[in-house]
Design a protein around this ligand. Sequence first.
Ligand SMILES: [Zn+2]
Length: 545
Amino acid sequence: MMLRLSMLGMIGLMFLSQTGGTAVSASKSDQIDIHLRSRVPSTDQPGAWRLIIRPEEWKPSETAVVICDMWDRHWCASASARVAELAGPMNEIVSMARSRGILIVHSPSECMSAYKDHPARKNAIAVTAGTVPDYLGKWNSRLDKEADWPVDQSDGGCDCATPCKQGNPWRKQIDAIFIDPKDIISDDGIQIGRLFEQRGIRHVIVMGVHTNMCVVGRPFGARNLARWGKDVVIMRDMTDTMYNPKMSPQVNHFTGTSVVLEHIEKYICPTIASTDLTGKPPFRFAADIRPKIVFVTAEHEYRADQRLPEFARLLENHYDLACDFAAGRAQSSGTGIHRIENLQTLADADLCVIAVRRRALPEDQMKIIREYLNSGKGIIGIRTASHAFNAKQDVPSPDGARDSSGKPILLSQWLKFDEEVLGCKYTGHYDKGPEGTKISLSPAAKTHPILAGLKTDGFVSPSWLYTNDLDPEITPLLIGTVEGKKPEPVAWTYGYKGGRVFYTSLGHWDDWKIDPFRAMMIRAVFWTMNKPIPPVTPEAGTQGN
Ligand SMILES: [Zn+2]
């Protein structure tokens, strides 16, 4: 028995090394590990949303990719250029999907005549029988539950310096995406639906353009597939919008895509990243030069899965930054809590914001965090980050793996993360006084870029005051006081391996309503990335500076 287990362990290790450390184990290599990102209504705060990333395993034989409208040309020159840039990476992802056994459906709408003799077109036409809902034959411009559309695309979405003339110049799919004779070519929702029924397709990955139009609205698009009950997702980095930054909400073109994806994740279907097939960080367009922040959340006490996505929206819309998320379950116990999904996105991040509490992680996940921190890039720790990777006890690997001597393999912890990275040793907290914690500025705050000139003398935080043994090298910025106790720094800067570190033991969900706190966090984002700190404006929901 022991021998068999250790052999399996070795095979698993070999497989891991061959796949570059992606989370695929040998015994499950016929399944695809999918990480579905969605936004769910908060039960704590009406009107608020939580961001969750849910892992699932999909059988390739029950999965299809639908490539929407990746045409050879578009009436908008910018849109055409972005499709051309996207097509190469998309072709690589599609061929990976095909080689895993996923069905590939090419859907360049209104271009079927270009393929009348193509075997992949004949595969589609051969399917004539099958009962599917009539609505698969029609556009779907809105699901009943959808809120108002979040971007104004009434101008058609051209963002060229000289507006392009609208038309229908497309003739076929762009050549960079290879069509295998075993694939399907169809732009007919009924035909595609029948084919899915015939092939037993349960999961559909939609990619292509444009996120805010055809990807969701076409007869074979995400809305209809969701309505039909298919497990549909949009690959969020293999898409683009027709969105002009001159139109509402007047944000960067790529932030426009992010705004649309957030709406989709709330009301239509989850999204996934190409990372699930490639193991690499998500694709980014060359023109998307926004600095990238990755929020890593895994805690259940302070609603980090709500407050940090809200903060991310503020940073994207008002400060021209790009935000992505890695997330674990917002629970203190239960299966699957000692994992954080989508950490691969840290590889090209400029800043990592950590709001994690008492997690042990699989070694490959902890390695990604260590590699990021070794790179000398910025880090912000929030509240429970001081005990982020201290689970207080050994946590055996959930797959029951054992080492060669038969002992359970333990998940990885980083007990001195607080001392090494944040400059403190977490020792506990005081009880919350009736008036909360009084926050004042330290002498150093008056000249430090994160707080200098901020119009505040301090504020009251509703949260407990954390206590820490501090490294003398920290620069304290905010001091917290509860009556009868020794004052404690609650925000400071530090350094780790050349990277700038900002930590605050504040971060209760109600702290995010306090203008000076939010202003401090915005400034800390830029300071830790070693970038000029922009004016923190009233439009961004703060009191200004
Ligand atoms: Zn244009």
